[in-house]
Design a protein around this ligand. Structure first.
Ligand SMILES: NC(=O)c1ccc[n+]([C@@H]2O[C@H](COP(=O)([O-])OP(=O)(O)OC[C@H]3O[C@@H](n4cnc5c(N)ncnc54)[C@H](O)[C@@H]3O)[C@@H](O)[C@H]2O)c1
Length: 478
């Protein structure tokens, strides 16, 4: 991660020096969550005047006082810098924020309903605000992930509300950033997708991104295809992870080694090495939610979408694997004290939405275990779901007196643990390493019993580590 951090900072400085050469827009981003806050900050960084607006007044007050409500590498510094330069503002006054800007970017939440369908209540309320407060030409940009066909429906709705045709254009511009590395992704996107059938709108949105530090491929298509691209990308990655998780389970049943397989597969350019790491299942706000939504859309249209359904089923199963491994090491869990290290759905974020940790904590409680947890950033969010479990101030406190520890995410501070010290604190030296972050030889030398996912299944198996370059360049597979 450090190389990305350094590189991002160098590039940000370069952008600073060149941005005055180009024109800037007044942009309002509606929704100041993971996507809205990061996108708004990046747009300010490349020279635009940005208002990040949100209906959550408390959130806006906190950010205005310098308290960033989410954890994202470098975000706090960049928000402060751009606020000082008077390019980045925060407001809960939605009408005024809409009136002041030429471009209104919608980045509100679109969570899953119980039946898997995307809940568009926040989007509809944002659109209603725009319709009410539009005072001159606006380019409305839908950045939220919305079901295929939504932009066209909203356009029809806005037209029916008699907003004159010249007063707005509406385009789709989905966001592909990854939490944990969101600023980098926002400033260095692999591609920009624009769903627009209007030349003026396309020209404006291209100009908005003109100051990005690198030449970025731009795909201009119709809004419906643009919305579909976002779902296709996320659900394909969900499929890839589920495939690797199932393969890893087969490796554990047969004695094969998933990390070596992933390395060899990844050398094939058609496959790429990304997203081939087995683990405790995918989570986060996007892959589960967007997979549910795609399956729901397919059902609505009587189109079978078995692959994504299977990826979701495989993911549910995968969340049970850590406890199966744990039981193979320590037997019955009733009355045992278990440490969980890593609560967010992955490292470098505080986001616990659909995190595998949620299912694992629930199952441990049902089995009668007590739980001690630690996560560098996600404890406050997990506390809202599980206030009654024990939250510790660091990994060593979480490990004190436990019968076993489960490592669920690959924070670098977990892989850097002093295992000798950890072993002395634990009641029993037992570990389930769901991310292959601990060095097997260190575990064995310090007297641990451990299980991993996809390394041949047997206890204390370190064969694959000798053959897998992944140990040396772990970040390749992030
Ligand atoms: N989180 C990600 O990694 C990611 C990546 C790409 C795309 N997306 C998509 O981007 C969208 C936003 O996701 P997020 O994770 O940032 O959500 P989030 O829940 O973190 O933030 C959404 C924000 O919108 C605000 N909001 C709701 N209704 C509003 C309204 N009418 N006006 C103004 N603000 C309003 C909420 O108060 C909240 O602060 C979703 O559609 C998501 O699928 C998310």
């Amino acid at each position: 991660m450090n190389y990305i951090k350094k590189y991002t900072l160098i590039v940000l400085t370069l952008i600073e020096s060149t941005q005055q050469l180009h024109g800037s827009f007044n942009v309002t981003v509606l929704g100041t969550g993971y996507v809205g806050l990061v996108s708004g900050t990046c747009l300010a960084q490349i020279g635009h005047n940005v208002i990040c607006a949100d209906i959550d007044q408390d959130k806006i007050n906190r950010i205005s006082q310098g308290e960033i409500p989410i954890y994202e590498t470098d975000l706090s510094d960049l928000v402060t810098q751009n606020m000082k330069k008077n390019r980045l503002h925060f407001s809960s006054n939605i009408p005024e924020s809409i009136e002041k800007s030429d471009i209104i970017m919608i980045a509100v939440n679109t969570p899953s309903k119980e039946n898997g369908q995307a809940d568009l209540a926040a989007l509809e309320s944002a659109i209603a605000s725009i319709a009410k407060h539009i005072n001159n030409y606006k380019l409305i940009v839908i950045k939220s992930t919305v079901p295929i066909g939504t932009s066209n429906q909203i356009k029809i709705l806005l037209d029916s509300l008699e907003i004159t045709k010249s007063s707005f254009d509406l385009i789709s511009n989905p966001e592909f950033l990854r939490e944990g590395i969101a600023l980098y992704d926002c400033l260095h996107p692999d591609r920009i997708v624009i769903g627009s059938t209007n030349k003026k709108a396309t020209k404006i949105i291209k100009k908005l991104y003109k100051n990005l530090p690198e030449k970025t491929p731009i795909v201009v298509t119709d809004p419906t295809t643009s919305e579909a691209i976002k779902y296709a990308s996320n659900t394909f990655l969900a499929l890839k992870i589920s495939f690797m998780n199932e393969l890893a389970n087969l490796c554990d049943a047969t004695g094969a080694h998933a990390s070596t397989i992933a390395y060899a597969m990844g050398l094939d350019k058609r496959i790429s090495p990304e997203f081939l790491k087995p683990g405790p299942g995918f989570g986060g706000s996007c892959f589960p939610k967007d997979s549910f939504a795609l399956v729901h859309m397919a059902k609505e249209h009587n189109v079978p979408f078995l692959t994504v359904q299977a990826a979701l089923q495989a993911n549910d199963f995968q969340k049970t694997v850590p406890l199966t491994k744990l039981k193979s090491l320590i037997g019955n869990l009733a009355g045992k004290k278990i440490a969980i290290l890593g609560l967010a759905f992955k490292s470098n974020t505080d986001d616990v939405r659909y995190s595998p940790a949620i299912a694992i904590i629930c199952a441990l409680q049902q089995e009668g275990a007590t739980i001690q947890t630690y996560d560098p950033q996600a404890m406050a969010n997990m506390k809202k779901l599980y206030p009654q479990i024990s939250y510790c101030s660091d990994s060593y406190e979480a490990l004190t007196g436990v019968h076993a520890a489960i490592f669920l995410t690959d924070w670098s501070e977990f892989s850097a643990l002093d295992l000798k010290k950890a072993g002395k604190l634990m009641f029993a030296k037992t570990v389930v390493d769901c991310r292959n972050i601990l060095t097997p030889i260190d575990l064995i030398e310090n007297g641990f019993e451990y299980q991993t996912i996809g390394n041949g299944g047997t206890k204390n198996n370190f064969f694959s580590y000798y053959f897998c370059p992944d140990l040396i360049s772990r970040n390749v597979y992030r």
